[in-house]
Each structure stands twice: as structure tokens, then as C-alpha cells.
Design a protein around this ligand. Sequence first.
Ligand code: NAP
Length: 362
Amino acid sequence: MDEAQAMDRALGLAWRGWGRVHPNPLVGAVLLRDGRVVGEGFHAEFGGPHAEAAALSTAGEAARGATAVVTLEPCAHVGKQPPCADALIAAGVRRVVYAIADPNPLASGGADRLRASGIDVEHGVGAERAEMQNAAFLHRFRGAGRPYVALKLATSIDARIADSEGRSRWISGPEARDYVHWLRAGFDAIGVGGRTAAVDDASLTVRGAVEPRVAPARVIFDRSLQLSPTSVLARTARDHRTIVFASPDRVQLGKALTALGVELEPAEDLAAALGALEHLGIGSLLVEGGGRLAAALLDAGAVDRLHWIQSPLLLGETGIPAFAGLASTPLASVERWTVVERRALGADSLLVLDREPCSPES
Ligand SMILES: NC(=O)c1ccc[n+]([C@@H]2O[C@H](COP(=O)([O-])OP(=O)(O)OC[C@H]3O[C@@H](n4cnc5c(N)ncnc54)[C@H](OP(=O)(O)O)[C@@H]3O)[C@@H](O)[C@H]2O)c1
């Protein structure tokens, strides 16, 4: 196995921490000696051993003289765990290859420490995929003033998210629904528009293979405050954090909701709501529709990633549009999104697109 292949493997291992490590980054590590894997590991649990420590412990003495291939720059600070750079030095690793630098000022500096002790250090291998994998973590250090926002929509071929009666269960198949539950597990919060909350009356909880370390909060963008106190969301607000944003002039109408444990927040517009979410400790938000909220977020430039699930059916002109009211853009000045993943989910097709292309640091 060469170093690029080892990075593939390390990136694959890192995904196993999804839902369990955030707000820490996903990290995987592989130890190579003479082209053979002598150890591997990943950051499995927030507060638990880092990927490098996990890999070193599986390698034992075989780590001496090995190359460590890691998806993120080894850390240099004492947090809940000792510095990984020191552990790699102590284990006698000869060379370290990492994908992207650690933007966290508290943890960075590991590469310099490794170099200072005579270890050969290279970075940039697999950088685009590592950036894609840790997009929400990297976003935190960019000072955007809002959470990382991903938008997930399941649509027909003709970009409808529901039929003309508003029914959307089920446009997509079971594999796509499993994917959505997996996706939810890695976010701090799941958001929907007020209309979707009213029509679907869904619980917006995670019910898949990955049990999130912290259950995501539910966020409803509900300007006119239509959420009923008898809705599933309101009735379960004491079990699952539930935040509702409404126009400042509507908030006083929500006493029945707050009595049920709903956090009711005034917001003039979407930008104000997103800014408030960051202050409420929500660093990443998965918005699941509907179409009017999706278009408003896109028009505000507030969507970082789009998870588009397209199902093989047509709902026709009176179906609910996926991007209702989206501002028109002339083709000459249109922004092109970057495809970061494309695969089949049963009979459905998944396309994951980033607004900003991944920009590996150099
Ligand atoms: N297939 C899927 O993936 C999927 C996902 C979700 C929903 N759905 C379906 O989509 C339908 C609902 O979608 P929809 O497009 O009618 O409604 P929607 O996007 O769910 O709801 C729009 C809501 O967002 C609020 N909002 C807050 N800030 C806004 C802003 N700046 N701009 C626009 N709206 C803002 C609106 O407030 P106001 O009250 O002031 O207008 C309204 O309550 C349902 O039938 C549901 O089943 C399908």
C-alpha cells in the first residue's frame, strides 16, 4: 500500500467517528512500514483517544521507523488527551504525512514540533477529501457568524418535494431514508420551515444505525408562528431541544409553546436567526426543507452544502417546488457548485454539492 492509498484508508476510518466526535474533527490514521499496514485507528468518541494514539496502540513496537498517514495535522496541545505529536515522536515514527492543517489555534503547531524533532513531514495528500469530510469543523474557524448549513432535499426528477396536496411521504426509498438518519447524527441541529413542520408533523429525531453522542436539536423557521402546541415537535420539546424562530411581533403568541419547553426566539429574518443559532451553541445545521425555506437560504448565500436525493418519479407542475421563489440568475453570471459526492441510494440518486470549492491549504 502506498501513502495515497493509506490516506484513502485513513479517511474511510475517520468516517466511523461520525455522530460521536463533533464538535471535534473526524480523524483517521494508518501506520505504514515497508508498504504494509502495521497499525490503524480513528477518533471514535469525543474526549476519547485521538486517531494517532489509537493507531500507535495497535502497532506497538512496529511503529518504530513507520510512516504515520493522518487525515489532520497531529495536535500539539494537552486537551482531554496528550499531544499526538509527542506520542508520534516517542513511538519512533520516521515520517508523518497528513492531509490538512489543524485550524484550531489551541491544537495546531504539531507539524512544527514533529519537524523540530527530526521527523520528515509532508502534507496535502488527500486534502480535498479531508476538507470535504470536516467541512463543518473547518467552518467554525472561518468566523462566518452563523452555523455551517447543509440543505437536504428529496425531490422528483422535476424538482418537486411534495405532490400538489403537500404529501411527501415517501418520495425516496428506504436506502435514502437510512442515509438521512445517518446524516442527521452528525449535526448539532436539524431545521425545517414552519409549513413543513405543520404539514409533516415529523419528530425530526435520529433513528438510524448511528446513535449520536448528543441528539441534534430541532429548529423551526416559523415567521408567522404556526407551530401547534399539539404537534409532535412541541409535545416532545422536553425530551429533544426545540428552538422556534418567529417574527418579533408574533413571539408573544407562543406562551403555550414555551410552557411545553420550546425555546421561542424572535428573529427579524433568516440571517438574524442563523446568527442567533451560533450563540445558542449550534455549530452545524441540517435543513430538510421545505422549498420556500430552501430558496430563502440559497438566496441569502447561507447554504454551504446541498445533499440532493433525486427519485425516479415525476410529480408535475402543481407539485410543491424544491426551490420555491428562488431568485433568477442569468447563465452568464451563474455560480457553479462543486460536486463532492455522487452515488446511488437504492433506486434514488444522491448528489452532494458544495457552494465553495474545497480549497486545500498549501
Ligand atoms: N421532499 C422533501 O425533502 C421535503 C422536505 C421538507 C418538506 N417537504 C414538503 O414541503 C412542503 C412544505 O414546503 P413549503 O415550501 O410549502 O414550505 P416551507 O419551506 O416548509 O415553509 C416555509 C416556512 O418558512 C418560514 N420562513 C421563515 N423565514 C423565511 C424566509 N426568509 N423566507 C421564506 N420563508 C421563511 C415561512 O414563514 P411564513 O409563515 O412567514 O411564510 C414558512 O413558515 C410540505 O408539503 C412538506 O411535506 C418535502
